[in-house]
Design a protein around this ligand. Structure first.
Ligand code: ADP
Ligand code: MG
Length: 253
């Protein structure tokens, strides 16, 4: 299978803090990579660099063969203008811990907004597609509601529908269930599980170990800005080789 995400030797610092210290990671098309690791290990920063919400200091990231945020000219990399970065980003869906819905827009308009404004889709087509996506995440009856009228689990499912509206090649999830009450976690994981079953390429940062075991093709354990261990879920989750992975799993399981 082709490589959808290719992360090579990526370094990123904030001031004197080295947050990513040489990350290499490939995600093949149709596969799910789950990223685990303690708080502060650089998981969110890694996702943000993939989407070019953060620029890397060193290294390169390509998504579907396209270098994120840069153009190569001979041996040198040139930054793309912001408008082209935005266009690249439209093909990558990002689902945040805190939903980040537009509070003043209805559920339907939250889903319709990006295809109309970023992809210049006709509104009618975007609305039809939004209704289908809302049905797919189990919210066909909530199109006219506002985010504040929904539970956290429902809001996160709207956020997923909104991400899907751009027909992304890649979906990034940053702890999509961490802000939810425990009884609402399952409904969001169900939606992500369906996407996995349909062959959506995803990188999912989560502490839901049972879920990781079930959906991941590859599990990656990060600590201190490095990938400490990676492999099939059975290997990394059931028989970790590294002491740091074992210590982490003992805390979250
Ligand atoms: P994780 O998602 O694994 O908890 P993060 O990627 O959010 O880790 O953060 C890794 C480290 O980088 C943390 O120490 C965090 O405080 C720091 N950090 C993240 N973003 C910024 C930023 N924009 N400016 C300065 N420090 C940051
Ligand atoms: Mg984080």
């Amino acid at each position: 299978m082709s490589v959808m995400v290719d992360i090579r030797s990526v370094h990123k610092s904030f001031g004197s803090l080295d947050v990513l210290r040489g990350i290499d990671l490939q995600v093949r098309a149709g596969e799910v990579t789950v990223v685990l690791g303690p708080s502060g290990s650089g998981k969110s920063t890694l996702l943000r660099t993939v989407n070019h919400l953060e620029k890397v200091d060193r290294g390169e990231i390509s998504v579907d063969g396209v270098l994120m945020g840069y153009r190569r000219a001979g041996d040198r990399l040139h930054e793309l203008p912001e408008r082209e970065v935005l266009r690249q980003r439209t093909r990558i869906g990002f689902v945040f811990q805190n939903f980040n819905l537009f509070p003043h827009l209805t559920v339907l308009d939250n889903v319709v907004e990006a295809p109309v404004s970023a992809l210049k889709r006709p509104r009618k087509a975007a609305v039809d597609s939004a209704h289908r996506l809302l049905a797919r995440v189990g919210l066909g009856d909530k199109a006219g509601a506002y985010p504040r009228q929904l539970s956290g689990g429902q809001q996160q499912r709207v956020a997923i529908a909104r991400a899907l509206a751009l027909e992304p090649k890649l979906l990034l999830f940053d702890e999509p269930t961490s802000a939810l009450d425990p009884e609402l976690v399952g409904e969001v994981l169900d939606v992500i599980r369906d996407l996995a079953a349909q062959g959506t390429t995803m990188i999912v940062v989560t502490h839901e170990i049972a879920f990781a075991r079930e959906v991941a093709d590859t599990v990656v354990f990060m600590a201190d800005g490095r990938i400490v261990e990676r492999g099939a879920p059975d290997e990394v989750l059931s028989a970790p080789r590294e002491e740091r992975t074992r210590a982490f799993l003992a805390k979250v399981l």
